[in-house]
Design a protein around this ligand. Structure first.
Ligand SMILES: CC(C)(COP(=O)(O)OP(=O)(O)OC[C@H]1O[C@@H](n2cnc3c(N)ncnc32)[C@H](O)[C@@H]1OP(=O)(O)O)[C@@H](O)C(=O)NCCC(=O)NCCS
Length: 172
């Protein structure tokens, strides 16, 4: 399936992944965050016939303060570690379970790998829903203890981490 950056004409209404906040984000905020505020870029899998978004992820450049994590993220004693953050990933319930989530995650990991050679990126971080940690563990992500700065969102997301050296392995 075609995966590319979100376009204005893509049909975002009606997307339903089982987690309402991810549906609302796609419908109301993804486009303006991408084009007006430059807070992140959303990549969408599009149904050719209907132009409906059937899956998406949002990705952004980020950094983690070394002393906020409970394990060393990179050698060298740097205080800030550059990372790529997969802020959201979701697949419409009508097409879950046929490999689209994996395809989207692979697309995000390929972007991280490219960024690691262009501007530096020591790894990929995901704020996973507790119900989805098993999905990410299949690709080598492991929970990352964040000692400070947790948000007020409930249920609290589980930060997960994949060091850039393992991304190629995750891509098979
Ligand atoms: C999690 C999600 C993205 C997975 O998408 P998907 O298209 O169904 O995933 P795939 O079809 O690529 O599944 C790949 C494998 O992961 C497994 N898997 C899927 N969701 C899983 C989960 N929540 N926990 C553990 N394993 C999971 C599948 O069973 C499949 O295993 P198999 O290869 O042995 O058959 C999708 O279920 C979703 O959008 N859920 C709601 C939103 C959400 O939780 N997003 C992620 C958190 S930010």
């Amino acid at each position: 399936m075609l995966v590319r950056t979100l376009e204005r004409s893509d049909v975002r209404v009606g997307f339903s992944c089982g987690e309402p906040s991810l549906d609302v984000f796609l419908e109301r905020y993804a486009w303006q965050n991408q084009t007006r505020h430059n807070l992140g870029v959303t990549y969408a899998a599009i149904d050719d016939w209907t132009r409906r978004v059937v899956g998406y992820f949002t990705i952004a450049a980020a950094s983690i303060a070394s002393d906020s994590a409970d394990a060393p993220l990179a050698p060298g004693g740097y205080s800030e570690i550059p990372v790529v953050r997969i802020a959201r990933l979701a697949v419409d319930t009508r097409v879950q379970g046929i490999g689209l989530g994996s395809e989207l995650l692979h697309a995000a990991l390929r972007i991280a790998l490219e960024e690691s050679t262009r501007i530096g990126c020591a790894g990929v971080v995901i704020d996973a829903r507790p119900e989805a940690t098993g999905f990410y563990e299949r690709f080598g992500f492991r929970p990352l203890g964040i000692l400070v700065g947790g948000g007020a969102t409930r249920p609290r997301p589980v930060p997960m981490w994949l060091v850039i050296g393992s991304v190629r392995k995750a891509l098979g």
